[in-house]
Write a protein that binds this ligand. Structure first.
Ligand code: DAH
Length: 355
């Protein structure tokens, strides 16, 4: 019986030590398999006297029952340990920091931001947006705008010309957004009230000039548009754009071939330190060109100057961006330097003109 006790102890120890299902199965075979220890013990019964056999048989069967029970218990333990290990392996740590979405990480370029601001202010005043191509004809960029052929004003604009085509026509990169006026007047009848933002090109390069820059053109044509309307429109625009309750404007006589009279507009400001304030101070800053649309331009675009009249203005978007947001060198705007953009750029979901 000593043997039986140690057999039981060995089997139970092997079962308790089994670390996985394979080891447990081996322990089962060692104890209860055909060639296992318990089967071997049972095989000894045949040679026993009947009394001895009854007692031994009962003892061996009791061991068999306890070993079977231990096997089932251990199997259950191993199963739940395997489940816990799997759960631990497959957990997601929802407390890990989430990476910012592209919409959060990216920035809107100040030119795009300022263009949106300008468009939204003029949209509130009933203007719609018109666009034209960057590659323009000489006719739309100059001739229809009343630049006489060979006039020095053409040279003043430092034009980038393309090589002449088969018909001898020389296309160019538009030097201003004014050809969009021409395209608009040729395409629709007055009343016209449009703004035309876009890229323009001139051969120029220093702190405040780049070969590509941005302008916005304004054009109003109806039966009564006048300089008073122009002044009001510009004042309202500048107040909204610079977010000041008042602006001081100064109109200086000037010359553009496409306007008569032509005026250059200065805005009153005070510079202190790196800051600039509008609506106060003794400084005047030139910000745009404007005037009454020249009768020749109206005529060139199929509009009768005896019936309709108009005013127009053109200003540099980049310059407005520099003034409003304080970027000192225009060339940086187009360097595509992500550190600059992170500093001067805007978040995608900012509202134009909003806080
Ligand atoms: N086109 C002019 C320029 O590029 C700006 C300008 C001046 C536009 C007067 C106008 C205007 O519409 O009336 O310098």
């Amino acid at each position: 019986m000593d043997d039986l006790a140690s057999l039981e102890a060995r089997s139970l120890a092997a079962i308790a030590a089994a670390g996985d299902e394979g080891a447990l199965e081996q322990a089962r075979l060692d104890a209860l398999g055909k060639k296992g220890a318990v089967s071997a013990a049972l095989a000894t019964l045949g040679k026993m006297a009947p009394d001895e056999r009854r007692a031994a048989g009962a003892a061996i069967n009791a061991v068999k029952d306890r070993v079977t029970e231990a096997l089932a218990a251990r199997k259950g333990e191993l199963k739940s340990a395997a489940l816990s290990a799997r759960l631990a392996r497959e957990t997601i740590d929802v407390t890990l920091p989430v990476r910012p979405s592209p919409a959060e990480a990216g920035r809107v370029h100040p030119i795009a931001q300022v263009t949106d601001e300008i468009v939204s202010i003029f949209a509130d005043m009933g203007f719609s947006v018109a666009e034209g191509p960057d590659v323009e004809t000489d006719d739309y960029n100059f001739t229809k705008l009343n630049f006489p052929v060979g006039h020095p004003a053409r040279e003043m604009q430092d034009t980038f010309f393309f090589a002449p085509d088969a018909k001898g026509e020389r296309k160019l990169l538009r030097t201003h957004t004014s050809p969009v006026q021409v395209r608009t007047m040729l395409a629709k009848k007055p009343p016209i009230r449009v703004i035309c933002p876009g890229r323009v090109y001139r051969s120029d390069w220093d702190e405040t000039h780049t070969p590509m820059f941005h302008q916005v053109e304004g054009l109003v044509v109806d039966s009564s548009a006048n300089l008073g309307n122009l002044k009001w429109t510009l004042e309202e625009f500048l107040k909204a754009f610079f977010e000041t309750p008042k602006v001081g404007l100064r109109f200086r006589p000037s010359f553009f071939p496409f306007t008569e009279p032509s005026v250059e507009v200065d805005v009153q400001c005070r510079r202190s330190g790196g800051e600039i304030r509008f609506g106060e101070g003794d400084d005047w800053l030139e910000i745009l060109g404007s005037g009454m649309v020249h009768p020749n331009v109206l005529r060139n675009c199929g509009i009768d100057p005896d019936v309709h009249q108009g005013f127009a203005f053109g200003m540099g978007i980049d310059r407005l961006a520099m003034l409003k947001y304080g970027a000192p060198d225009l060339r940086d705007f187009f360097e595509a330097d992500v550190r600059w953009l992170r500093h001067f750029g805007f978040r995608a979901l900012d509202v134009p003109g909003g806080e």
